[in-house]
Design a binder for this molecule. Structure first.
Ligand SMILES: NC(=O)c1ccc[n+]([C@@H]2O[C@H](COP(=O)([O-])OP(=O)(O)OC[C@H]3O[C@@H](n4cnc5c(N)ncnc54)[C@H](OP(=O)(O)O)[C@@H]3O)[C@@H](O)[C@H]2O)c1
Length: 339
């Protein structure tokens, strides 16, 4: 486990021979903000950094504090904001189309935007479970749409890395994904808290499955699903209502004392982003590898329904099965497809 000082020392070694292109979806707050700020510091501003989110004011404040390369040193850098409400997949596709007009490669695609609720069980206007849209589907669409740019970076011999910050390492053979309720819209949606918890937990296993899917198809790229642990951010809160409101007050009072700062978490997340060249990585809050798998060539997964086993290899903390990956991908591609 790298202590923050070790993670920082490791991150400080990041000196790419090229000007990196990094896209941070969710860089306007919390863990994503900590990551994009630290990234900009490590490259001394010499990068094309794109922050994606809704809050343009927060983005311009963050970008305003990035270091800027000295005049004459290099002109090959840009720091910019792309607006997008990721709850709708049409918005995500539009943002990706805009990003494709700005850059020809992406070295680092970091997905931290998220939303948690114990009481919200809405469906979006596109018919998706809102919690799954905000925690999982948007990540799939961003990766799918920007993958050619990540592949272009890899073809140039540069870093080519995709990271999803959510809930890695929580998969277990005792908790298989419910393949009869894909998208959490098949089974009856009664009991708000139960439905919300179902969505939030499904997002962890679906993200494992999605990252495994992309890793098996793109053996030369690193796909990481990581858990940030408890981090003191605006997103660290419980939103119970009604009679349970006092309980959420109490929990929300205690949570900050149990969490680390977003800057501290960001160092561990960046440590994980910079290390690990290719394959699938399931990582913990320190950036340490819980399990990982490299592929020599693209792999077609088959029909095994054994949870925490990928292509015949046991994977600690991995929440999907080979059949699960296939079924989840079929469902995801169907419901996120442009209408
Ligand atoms: N904090 C923790 O303790 C913790 C623990 C476990 C897992 N996580 C996971 O880590 C990730 C980051 O969490 P965090 O606590 O850092 O979150 P946060 O501080 O609440 O920040 C959330 C980010 O998501 C973006 N976002 C929210 N709704 C959006 C929307 N509709 N469209 C576009 N962007 C949207 C926000 O940007 P805009 O406001 O600009 O839209 C913001 O940048 C999340 O996936 C979360 O589930 C966090």
């Amino acid at each position: 486990m790298p202590i923050p000082a070790d993670a920082k020392a490791s991150n400080a070694l990041f000196h790419p021979f090229y000007v990196p292109v990094a896209v941070f979806i969710g860089g306007t707050s919390g863990v994503g903000q900590g990551m994009v700020e630290a990234f900009a510091r490590y490259v001394k501003g010499r990068a094309h950094i794109i922050i994606v989110g809704r809050n343009e004011y927060a983005a311009s404040e963050i970008i305003g504090h990035f270091p800027k390369p000295a005049a004459g040193e290099t002109s090959d850098w840009t720091h910019e904001f792309v607006p997008c409400d990721v709850s709708l997949m049409a918005n995500v596709r539009a943002a990706c189309a805009l990003i494709r007009t700005k850059v020809e490669r992406v070295n680092f695609l970091v997905l931290t935007a998220g939303y948690s609720s114990l009481v919200s069980t809405a469906l979006t206007s596109e018919g998706l479970d809102l919690l799954l849209a905000m925690r999982y589907y948007y990540r799939f669409v961003f990766i799918q749409e920007l993958l050619p740019l990540v592949q272009a970076a890899q073809a140039l011999g540069q870093d080519a890395k995709v990271m999803s910050v959510l809930g890695a390492g929580l998969g277990s053979p005792k908790r298989p994904i419910d393949l009869d309720n894909l998208g959490n819209t098949v089974k009856e949606r009664s009991g708000r808290i139960r439905v919300a918890i179902r969505s939030m937990m499904q997002a962890w296993g679906y993200t494992d499955a999605m990252m495994a899917h992309f890793a098996t198809r793109n053996p030369a790229i690193a796909f990481t699903h990581i858990h940030p642990g408890a981090v003191h951010t605006p997103g660290l809160r419980i939103d119970l209502d009604g009679l349970l409101t006092p309980l959420s007050w109490l929990i929300n009072l205690i949570l900050p004392w149990l969490s680390v700062s977003q800057d501290q978490a960001a160092e561990h997340m960046l440590y994980a982003l910079f290390t690990g060249e290719r394959g699938l990585f399931i990582r913990d809050r320190y950036g340490d590898v819980i399990s990982s798998l490299e592929f020599e060539a693209p792999v077609d997964l088959r029909d095994s329904n054994e949870t925490s086993v990928l292509n015949g290899v046991p994977m600690t903390g991995y929440g999907a099965s080979d059949l699960g990956v296939r079924r989840i991908m079929e469902q995801t591609e169907a419901v996120t497809r442009a209408q």
